[in-house]
Design a protein around this ligand. Structure first.
Ligand code: ATP
Ligand code: MG
Ligand code: MG
Length: 375
């Protein structure tokens, strides 16, 4: 069978490997970590850095198409690979999404609504105390995720201290908004420009990390629909091919684009159990030039992330309390095969399905507290 290439070996890559296997493909994973969740179940695991010339040569020569699950793969790597093999999404799209400055500028220039922000290259770019941007969040432009590389600041002197703490790396200073709630849209766009959009998810975060996704979101149909329209517009303006996640703030009933992820998204994990085609299968389909599957959701779903915090020891085995949880017929558990549990590390998730969204929320929240998530 044909071989597909995956850059990155985390849980998103692992679900991709599973989806690819189900569709009859083999997968080569490139990840520097010997024990990466995706590398462990791949047909071939190249254990090397993302700019290793021999590794790139091997993956380009043996794979039919290449994708990524990790937005910080150097865009130069994707460019090099694209000279000899289809790379989806493109290096250009990934380059925009992996740098907060180019991401914000792209969104603004595309006419998409974003929070007020300033680009901070040097300390002298930090706005004075009387600026309306405060209170604000200083976010490093590169390599941030799960709220890492972010600091809340209320004035210039705090902003200066935070900028210094980030070693004066290029940053975006963003106005701290009073959020009604947050939503996201995951979609797939194929090489012919066809788009399959998953339903709008309502997300809550804990310490900057996604905690719970409720799908469909409980907000108005108008907001849910508008989020989908904006997400499609992002994909079209990027001439995007692949699976894209778009995060939004809802503020005073209006949508603002928070950020985009050039890959399947954590808030789309419910699609594994609640949709006809899940987000990872869509990724396989786009890569290989197959038609997109239906993204229709067949039952309301609530997903809860499981972080390393809840494991009593380092070995992430299933604990006795889970006997109870796994006995629930409408709950689907997914563990990522990570060898070591650490605080804040995503170890797995579960999704509760029901005919009623309210029932799914109720049961998911019960299980969430049973497992002491977020305590
Ligand atoms: P991810 O893991 O989603 O890539 P990230 O590190 O890129 O996370 P952001 O999405 O920028 O972080 O922010 C994480 C969360 O912090 C947001 O989902 C939101 O809850 C909160 N947040 C970020 N920016 C703002 C803002 N300007 N105003 C209010 N809340 C914000
Ligand atoms: Mg991010
Ligand atoms: Mg985010």
């Amino acid at each position: 069978p044909a071989m597909l290439g995956m850059l990155g070996g985390g849980q998103l890559g692992r679900f991709f490997v599973i989806a690819a296997h189900e569709m009859g493909y083999k997968v080569t994973v490139l990840d520097p970590d010997q024990n990466s969740p995706a590398g462990k179940i791949a047909d071939v695991h190249i254990c090397a850095k993302y700019d290793d010339a021999a590794a790139l040569k091997q993956i380009a020569e043996t794979c039919q198409a290449i994708t990524t699950e990790f937005e910080n793969v150097p865009a130069a790597t994707l460019k090099t690979l694209a000279q000899s093999v289809p790379v989806r999404p493109s290096a250009d799209a990934v380059a925009i999404a992996q740098h907060r400055v180019s991401e914000k500028n792209f969104l603004k220039e595309a006419g998409l609504p974003v929070a007020p922000y300033a680009v901070i290259d040097a300390e002298s770019d930090l706005p004075a105390d009387d600026s309306e941007i405060y209170p604000a969040i200083l976010k490093v432009a590169r390599f941030g995720y799960d709220g890492k590389g972010q600091a809340r600041v209320t004035n210039l002197s705090e902003a200066k201290a935070a900028f210094a703490a980030f070693s004066e790396e290029e940053c975006v200073l963003e106005k701290m908004l009073k959020l009604d709630y947050e939503v996201s849209v995951v979609l797939a766009r194929d090489v012919n420009g066809h788009v399959a959009t998953f339903p709008t998810a309502e997300n809550s975060h804990l310490n900057g990390i996604l905690d719970v996704s409720i799908v469909p979101a409980r907000g108005s149909d108008a907001v849910n629909h508008q989020a989908q329209k904006l997400a499609i517009s992002v994909a079209e303006k990027l001439q995007y091919t692949g699976v894209l996640g778009v995060e939004f703030f809802v503020c005073d009933g209006e949508l603002l684009v928070n950020e985009i992820a050039p890959r399947p998204h954590n808030s789309g994990h419910y699609t594994l159990d609640a949709c006809i085609t899940n987000q990872f299968e869509q990724q396989v389909r786009v890569m290989t030039g197959l038609p997109l599957g239906s993204s229709r959701q067949h039952s309301p779903a609530v997903m809860v992330n499981l972080l390393g915090d809840i494991w009593p020891n380092e070995a992430p085995q299933i604990e006795p309390a889970w006997q109870l949880v796994l006995g629930l017929p409408s709950l689907k558990m997914h563990l990522y095969g990570k060898a070591e549990a650490r605080a804040g590390r995503k170890m797995g998730h579960f999704t509760v399905l029901s005919t009623s969204r309210d029932d799914a929320i109720k049961l998911a929240m019960q299980v969430r507290s049973e497992l002491k998530v977020g305590e």
